[in-house]
Design a protein around this ligand. Structure first.
Ligand SMILES: [Zn+2]
Length: 87
C-alpha cells in the first residue's frame, strides 16, 4: 500500500496498521486511500462522523499521489484503425 499524500510505500498491510496507517480518509467529499502515520498526524483529524478527514487548512492543497494512477486508465488514447479488406 502507498500513502496517498507523500507516496511512501509499505509492503505489509499488517505492519502498516500496527504502525498507525490510516486505511482511508476524506478530503471534503473525495475519499482517498491510505495515509502514513506521519501524514495523518500532520494533515488529518477525526471528523464529526468519526471518519478521518483532511484538516480544513489543508483541504484542496494536497497533491495526491494516488491521482496519477487513476488517471492513467482513461488518459490512454483510443487508436482507431481503419482496415480495408481486399478480397
Ligand atoms: Zn505519507
Amino acid at each position: 500500500m502507498k500513502c496517498s499524500i507523500c507516496g511512501t510505500v509499505i509492503d505489509c498491510i499488517e505492519t502498516a496498521i500496527d504502525a498507525g496507517w490510516i486505511p482511508y480518509f476524506y478530503d471534503g467529499e473525495t475519499e482517498h486511500e491510505y495515509a502514513c502515520p506521519g501524514c495523518s498526524e500532520t494533515v488529518l483529524q477525526v471528523g464529526q462522523a468519526g471518519e478521518m478527514e483532511v484538516r480544513s487548512e489543508y483541504q484542496g492543497k494536497i497533491v495526491y499521489q494516488d491521482a496519477e494512477s487513476k488517471d492513467c486508465h482513461w488518459v490512454m488514447g483510443i487508436e482507431v484503425r481503419s482496415e480495408s479488406q481486399d478480397n
